[in-house]
Ligand binder design. Structure first.
Ligand code: C2O
Ligand code: CU
Length: 463
């Protein structure tokens, strides 16, 4: 397949036909010392790809290595910056010490080219998380600076395979290079963000994963794309959701095998593989009613067992899920404004009231409560232990994945789950409730990274 056809076959269509059996699924770091090096380099999405795509990656791997650390114990992770620009790492979804949150200018200094930084992480909760750049993420994340972080339960449910599917999309041009012309494009920022034209699972296009009939698989799904909301279909009838955004839930059947993840969101599935030996069972991305294969389960010739396992699939509770919310909250209204056709006329940016033209000149086209970008003053400042209700109203027609740093919340629409990222579709409203129990300065932003860059970011302080 030549380059042109490869792009054609994959552009938007995301179709299969490219098999990558020789390439490993992902690299894993399971033992300290944990060391990440961020660097530029070349990467091939497919073995048959002629010239490598210029990317930025951790440890020369797309996505970065899966890091597995224990729950409740300190892990040290060192980052060396070999990029030609400053960077930082944010540990998405972890309720850790504020100083380790990885937000330049707020919780740490930028890590300059050639410099290193040592993160010390003691995660209270087990589960599926991820790490990613928090500097110029609209560029650095689009170039690949993200990886999966697993906090291991001391006693996880029994499984045959513990698989990670980190799902990403990429906007490539005809020569398989990341399309730079559209980087920082305000049109994309004001619409749905930077949506790619190929979708990868663990950095590969429609790769095969070997399974056997009767096997029980824990499948950790993560949407690590800049902006694409992913609706996925898993074609195995015995599939349950066991965790959402890292936190255990009471297991429930995945109806129709369909699950939607906004950028930043995760979900762990427990799948009992029931197809016949030799069968191929695709995992698909649903787009406008069409299904596109993004990965495949290939059933071995020999079954693993004749009947499915009967041990429990529920995860042990986390400290985060043991929190009991009070009845009374301090209400913080948060209105989500701007974007294309959003009729925003003005907003305050860097302390100055600006009309829409001036905002556009500053690449600010989104606002929270009339404020674009990070203000000097927090959205709210509360004493540790205050119960907060973020009363969110999406006043525009675009979807947003709103992420709160350092805390998990209950979304009124899904009162059984503790999340760290909530999807709001057009004009949608909901309250996110949580106890502000982690001292420090924490961001709230849209995880459609171009929306964040375009102004949809604020912060709060817990003292
Ligand atoms: Cu995953 Cu501030 O982000
Ligand atoms: Cu958004």
């Amino acid at each position: 397949m030549n380059r042109r056809n490869f792009i054609k076959a994959t552009a938007y269509g995301l179709s299969g036909g490219v098999y990558l059996k020789s390439l490993p699924a992902y690299s894993t770091l399971t033992r300290p010392p944990f060391h990440l090096t961020a660097s530029p380099g070349g990467y091939k999405f497919a073995a048959k790809q002629e010239s490598a795509t210029r990317v930025m990656f951790y440890n020369q791997s797309i996505p970065g290595p899966v890091i597995r650390i224990p729950q409740g114990k300190e892990s040290i992770i060192e980052l060396s910056n070999q990029l030609d620009q400053p960077t930082s790492i944010h540990w998405h979804g972890l309720r850790i010490e504020n100083a380790m949150d990885g937000v330049p200018g707020m919780t740490q200094e930028l890590i300059q080219p050639g410099a290193s930084y040592t993160y010390s992480i003691t995660p209270p909760d087990a589960g599926t998380y991820w790490y990613h750049t928090h500097q110029r993420a609209w560029e650095q994340l689009a170039f690949g600076l993200a990886g999966v972080l697993i906090v291991e339960e001391e006693q996880p449910p029994l499984v045959d395979q513990d698989l990670v599917f980190a799902i990403d999309d990429w906007k490539l041009n005809k020569s398989m290079q990341i399309d730079k012309n559209s980087l920082g494009n305000l049109h994309e920022w004001a619409h749905g963000g930077r949506i790619g034209n190929i979708v990868t699972v663990n950095g590969k296009i429609n790769k095969e994963y070997s399974v056997a009939r009767g096997e029980r698989i824990r499948l950790r799904l993560l949407n690590i794309a800049n902006a694409r909301v992913m609706t996925l279909r898993v074609n195995q009838p015995d599939t349950s959701i066991i965790s959402i955004d890292g936190q255990p839930v009471k297991p429930f059947r995945l109806s129709n095998g369909i699950i939607t993840l906004a950028p930043g969101q995760r979900s762990d599935l427990m799948i009992d593989m029931t197809s016949e030996p030799g069968h191929i069972s695709p995992v698909e991305l649903m787009l406008n009613g069409q299904a596109y294969e993004v990965a495949q389960f290939k059933f071995n010739a020999a079954p693993k067992r004749e009947r499915i396992m009967d041990s429990g699939i529920a995860l042990p509770a986390n400290p985060a899920t043991n929190v009991v919310l009070p009845k009374e909250f301090q209400h913080i209204p948060l209105s989500v404004e701007g974007g294309a056709m959003g009729r925003m006329k003005s907003a305050t940016y860097q302390g100055k009231e600006m009309g829409i033209n001036e905002l556009v000149q500053n690449k600010q086209i989104w606002a929270f409560n009339g404020v674009a970008g990070l203000a000097n003053k927090p959205l709210f400042k509360v004493k540790r232990g205050t119960a907060i209700s973020l009363d969110i109203e999406n006043k525009n027609s675009w979807p947003h994945g709103l992420h709160v740093h350092g805390h998990h919340f209950i979304d009124d629409r899904q009162p059984d789950f503790w999340r760290d990222t909530a999807l709001f579709t057009r004009q949608e409203k909901s309250s996110l409730t949580f106890v502000a129990d982690n001292p420090g300065k924490w961001l709230i932003h849209c995880h459609m990274i171009e929306h964040q860059a375009g102004g949809m970011v604020t912060w709060f302080e817990v003292i």
